[in-house]
Design a protein around this ligand. Structure first.
Ligand SMILES: Nc1ncnc2c1ncn2[C@@H]1O[C@H](COP(=O)(O)OP(=O)(O)O)[C@@H](O)[C@H]1O
Ligand SMILES: [Mg+2]
Length: 235
């Protein structure tokens, strides 16, 4: 039984880059020799599989949630990125939402799976206190615009209220405005763990179904993701 470092990649606001960060962080961690599982936990719009061009996978988190199939039997090996992925299906559109217990059961499995890291992509706005004990930290991804920051500071407070460790990564940063970053850090209560630039390689990587870290390892975005991974490796 493993004791992976489970990172839930979250944001109260959609479209900030959670999926892009989750996939590329998972692959960057694997590039340093870590055993990594990426769980597509975006129940409304499972999209991690689309980003890597996986159309039909035999199993997904749906089997784990509804049929109690084991995580290890449901993962797909994504060789180019040297990671395992538990694909999502966007089951909310197909059937009744899973019960709290079904979600907790998946959380239990992930928290004891045989990996160094489990990176979980999530739906915007989802805050599930009952599974907090199954992850080690919530990584809040936010863009630097006022609506995203306001909404994600609110999310940070919710996590703080249930004593969950949080980190914040800023994404789609066009130019580093030190004062704006300092203001965010002051309100958040600690330094941001990553500053990820706006980079045309990202939309291109999605079009090409090849994560940016693999498509262009030397791009600004990939270098920043690598630094983010190193923060986790040195923690
Ligand atoms: N660093 C970045 N540079 C350029 N475009 C980005 C970056 N991060 C995300 N995007 C774009 O933003 C959009 C939303 O990203 P996505 O990861 O799907 O967000 P979320 O999962 O939070 O909804 C994508 O179309 C992607 O191309
Ligand atoms: Mg997403």
């Amino acid at each position: 039984m493993g004791n992976p470092y489970v990172i839930r990649v979250v944001s109260k606001k959609g479209g900030v880059g959670k999926t892009v960060v989750a996939i590329n962080l998972a692959i960057a961690l694997a590039s340093f020799g870590k055993k990594v599982l990426l769980d597509d936990g975006d129940v409304a719009n499972a999209s991690a599989s689309i980003h890597i061009g996986l159309r039909d996978s035999f199993y997904s988190s749906e089997e784990v949630l509804y049929s109690e199939q084991s995580v290890s039997k449901s993962v797909y090996r994504y060789d180019p990125g040297s990671i395992d992925i538990l694909p999502g299906t966007g089951y909310y559109s197909l059937r009744a939402p899973p019960t709290e217990e079904q979600i907790a059961s998946l959380g239990r499995q992930l928290s004891s799976a045989d990996y160094d890291f489990v990176v979980v992509d999530t739906s915007p706005g989802f805050f599930m206190p009952h599974i907090a004990k199954y992850y080690k930290e919530a990584l809040i991804v936010s863009t630097m615009d006022e609506p995203a920051i306001r909404s994600n500071m609110g999310l940070a407070k919710l996590y703080g209220g249930i004593s969950v460790k949080t980190n914040m990564a800023l994404n789609r940063v066009t130019k580093i405005d030190d004062r704006a970053v300092k203001d965010i850090e002051r309100e958040f209560g600690k330094g941001v763990i990553g500053i990820l630039p706006e980079d045309p390689v990202v939309p291109r990587s999605i079009d090409m179904h090849t994560p940016a870290f693999l498509l262009s390892g030397g791009s600004k975005f990939s270098m920043a993701i690598k630094e983010l991974a190193l923060r986790y490796l040195s923690a």
